[in-house]
Each structure stands twice: as C-alpha cells, then as structure tokens.
Design a protein around this ligand. Sequence first.
Ligand code: GCU
Length: 434
Amino acid sequence: MKAGIGVCASSILMLATAAFPLLPAQEQEPNYDEKKVPDYVLPDPLTTGDGRRVANARDWREVRRPEILELFRSQMYGRRPGPPRELRSRVTSMESRALGGTAVRKEVSLYLNTDRELPRMDLLIYLPASRSGPVPAFLGLNFNGNHSIHPDPGISLTRTWMRPSKVEGAVLENRATEKGRGTLSRRWPVEKIIGRGYALVTAYYGDTDPDDDDEFRNGVHPLFYRPGQTRPDADEWGSIAAWAWGLSRALDYLETDPGVDQHKVALLGHSRLGKTALWAGAEDERFALVISNNSGCGGAALSRRRFGETVARINRVFPHWFCGNFKQYGGREERLPMDQHLLVALMAPRPVYVASAVEDRWADPRGEYLSARHASPVYALLGVPGLPGDSMPGVNQPLMGTIGYHIRSGRHDVTDYDWDRYLDFADRHLRKGP
Ligand code: GCU
C-alpha cells in the first residue's frame, strides 16, 4: 500500500472512468489486511479545489475551510437548518445534594418545535457541588437514555421511543424501564468527572431523531420541510447531522445556564456518536474541544483505506445516517473530493482528540490515526502544534498536542482509560486560563 497527499487527480480519474466505466458499487468482504489497503492519494488540506496554495491563516479561514465544510455538507452529512425560531426550555427537576452531596443534578427539557410538546431533548446535567462559579463541561449524547448512564434513582426514565437493544444481557424494550437504569454507567464515570471539576451534560440521541430508517418521518426533519416536501433532498441532513444539530441546541441552552462555562464545552461521542461529535464540532465552532472515541468509518477513519467498515457497507446498513449524495461513493472512495482528515482539520485550531482501540478493527485504528496526523499541517499553519511525532504510537501511549490520539488495549467501548486521557487533555486545554 502506498499513500500520499496530493492534489486529488479527480479530472484524470474522470477521464479514466469515462473510458472504462467502474463496476457498480460493490461490497466486498471487510478487509483487515494492511497489505491489501489500496494505493490512494489524499486531498491536500492546504491546496484549494482549484489548485491554489493555502499560504496563511486568512486563506484557511476565508477560502479553504468554507470550501471543505461545504464538501462535507453537500456530499456526506447533509445541510442542516438553523435553530428553531424560539428554543423554549424548562427545568423539570433539581437536586442540590445528588450523589451523596457531591453533585447538583438538574434535568432540563428543550422544546424543539416552538409551540409543541415534541420533539423534545431532555438534558441531564451534573455539576460539582463544590464549584465556586461556572465550570467547563463535557457534553455527549447517550445510546440508551439518560437513566442508563448512572444508577442514580433520581434520573427520570427517558420518555421518548427507545431503540430496542440488548445491553449486557438485558433486553430493553421500546419504552425505557427501570431495567435499563445504570446499564451503561461504565461509560460515564460521573463521580470522576465532577471530582475533576467538570460538569457532565448528556441527552438520549433518539430525542432528536430515532435511529431507524423510517424515511425521516419522525424526529426533527419534518419540522423543517418546505410545503410539500416529504424527505430531505440529496444534499440535506441525515440522522448524524440531526444528532449534531441537537448538540448545538444543547449548547444554545448551556449558554444560558449559570453553572456551565459556555466557552469551555467539550464534546464527546462514541462510535456513531463519535462521528456525530466530529460533525457537530465542524458545524459549530462554539464547541471548545472535540473528542471522537472509536468513531471509525464516517468518523475519523480515512474512507480511502477501505479497511474494516467501508462506505458501501455503512450506506447499505445505515441508509439514514448520511445524505443521499453520499451513496454514490460506495466502492468509489477515490472520487470523494474530501476524506476524513479534512473533517478533523475543520476543528483547527481547537483541540481535538481521536481515540482507537486495538480490537476495534472494524473502525480501522490506523485510519483514525492517519486522519489525526494528516490534519496536523492545518494546525501548524495556524501556529499551534498538531499531533506530536510522525508515526503511530504504541498501545496505551497517548500523544497530546492540540491534536490528541491514543490506541488503547481492548475492544470497542468507552473505558476509564479513555476518560482519564480526555480529562487530562481537557485540563491541558481548557484550564489554562482565559
Ligand atoms: C456499527 C457501525 C459503526 C458504528 C457502530 C456504533 O458497528 O457499523 O459505523 O460506529 O455501529 O455506533 O455502535
């Protein structure tokens, strides 16, 4: 396998494919063999689509960044609407002596449809009881409802439709029940987070769009249809973009909450929600720091490597995640006018952390690392260090510049090891003063 960065030779490719039409997008057996990764050329972050050199911070901000953002919007995640006309919020519960007196627990409903009850995003917020002013926060969507992140009996059961799922042997129904309480708490070490002086804010991802292919009838999409429109256009938002939009609405609310420092909100997401965190951070530069945990294909992993999950497979199994235009790239990754290193680069100069796990080959750890590395030239151009070093680090040897990366031992998950790194990374970047 040879890889390089260069000006994507899309015109040459177009000529070649006109003479020898490509086979229809095919899904092959997943490749886990580094030797079978095809040769590829990555689009250069610092060359514009029409071949001009990006020479300074101004070129990046005014020309190249908007151009890249537009490519991801129109070709991959889809364009999203602005905020609702008015975002109503209501504090639905408040406990100032939660978790044995160490935390304040607060629940807040955000009404996404101006004058209706649904759709609604229910935020669960823990603040350190010992704080003396607004604190930095981690904000992340959860997979199984707010009540799944901690056994705390004071957390309301999620009221929206739930994805039927099996968590640690317990089958959860479409409605949240007591059985689901605390079932994913190992991924959310609330005591550790507040002990380090951070708030934790979370919401169930299905609040904004239930994760099934229902042709965009439920969730937030229909709120924004034009008269007569019945599904998003080919360049309009899929579910990942809807979840990311929800994160921006959570931040709209946090800007009004005196407990949280709105300028120090770190986004964190795992797997499909890691893809979501990256896209949310690209679309909304108010987020101060972004963490993508095991985000894989459509997240941090380079699509052109076709290692583990591929564009063809993700589009077939999760047709609602991306916009219609993304379908054309299944089996034709070399035609993508961007790749995922450019998504990481859209965070610049903000801190961003990409994390992999050794056994999570489906997510292509090396492809995740390479995205972080190939985003670095943009950070350098903007005058901050990107990812230190120039080779993939060993297992459990984190790298931390303004871009962070680690590959830890174990499987696809969020572990204490991951959280310890994220807290260190956040301390380094969010605690260094105004
Ligand atoms: C599947 C999917 C991945 C995704 C993951 C998850 O494995 O193929 O792309 O990241 O689900 O979100 O759990």
